[in-house]
Ligand binder design. Structure first.
Ligand code: NAI
Length: 249
């Protein structure tokens, strides 16, 4: 087991990629805590995760008070943190002409401010030699219509990864990011992406399929464990060849 006796917190770990990471970490022997924004998502996680081994909470990454409460609860149950996965995020369109300030703020608050403070508030509870993983996106590598704010929020996470890695070198805390391509999760349903659209998307991916949450979770185990001991400030692209292979394929 690669994470035996390690403790891990996963923001947005109640659904999709975060939930798959929680399952994989548990299978590798870690003590795991997850939280999501809504009671509903926490209830889903309770059905999927063994309650005896996982701490499942409700909390909003945009609220610093919630983050403090979550980390305090975590530490009172499990002791200090070894691994933090900054995964909570929302995916919403933001057409240039139509996006208002409120909508801009909501995406940036969740994806960027939430990520920054998820790390900052965890620091007093993080063990030296720990590992922080930020979930970015392949959307940082190419422009596309209607998602400029989401894409910018995720591009900022690549930059945070590099700067945090520099700031935490002294404590031997490694900081890396993962950039997933198209991964089938409830995220697509939330923005009304249909099965037909998914088939179209799949035809544009060199491997001709979307990724599975578990394929991101395996990479998170690698970054969380000693197997990646010489990696910090790096971004791991997991996208079925989407960014690096051009047609024909
Ligand atoms: P999802 O919608 O299934 O899960 C999102 C999770 O974030 C949920 O647990 C939700 O409760 C939580 N969350 C949202 N706002 C929150 C807040 N304010 N406070 C606390 N928790 C909050 O989405 P999925 O697909 O699992 O996405 C996870 C991460 O991966 C996101 O950051 C997303 O941007 C990123 N990503 C996803 C891709 C995909 O194709 N599914 C591709 C690239 C990146």
């Amino acid at each position: 087991m690669k994470l035996l006796a390690k403790t891990a917190a996963i923001t947005g770990g109640t659904s999709g990629i975060g939930l798959a990471i929680a399952k994989e970490f548990l299978a590798e022997g870690a003590k795991v805590a997850v939280f999501g924004k809504s009671q509903k998502s926490s209830d889903t996680a309770k059905k999927e995760l063994d309650n005896n081994n996982a701490l499942i909470m409700v909390g909003d990454v945009t609220k610093l008070h919630d983050l403090d409460k979550i980390y305090e609860t975590f530490c009172s149950q499990y002791g200090n943190l070894d691994i933090l996965v900054v995964n909570a995020g929302i995916f919403k369109p933001s057409p240039l002409l139509l996006t208002d300030e409120k909508s801009f703020q909501e995406i940036m608050d969740t994806n960027l401010k939430g990520a920054f403070f998820s790390v900052q508030r965890a620091l007093p509870f993080l063990n030296n030699n720990g590992s922080i993983i930020l979930i970015a996106s392949t959307s940082t590598k190419q422009g596309c219509v209607d998602f400029s704010v989401y894409n910018a929020s995720k591009a900022a996470l690549i930059s945070l990864t590099q700067s945090f890695a520099a700031e935490l070198l002294q404590r031997h805390i490694r900081v890396n990011s993962i950039s997933p391509g198209f991964i089938r999760t409830p995220l697509q349903d939330k923005v009304g992406i249909t099965e037909e659209m998914i088939i179209q998307v799949e035809s544009s991916i060199p491997m001709k399929r979307c990724g599975k949450p578990n394929e991101i979770a395996k990479a998170a185990v690698f970054l969380a464990s000693n197997d990646s001991s010489y990696m910090t400030g790096a971004d791991l692209l997991i996208d079925g060849g989407l960014i690096n292979i051009s047609p024909p394929f």
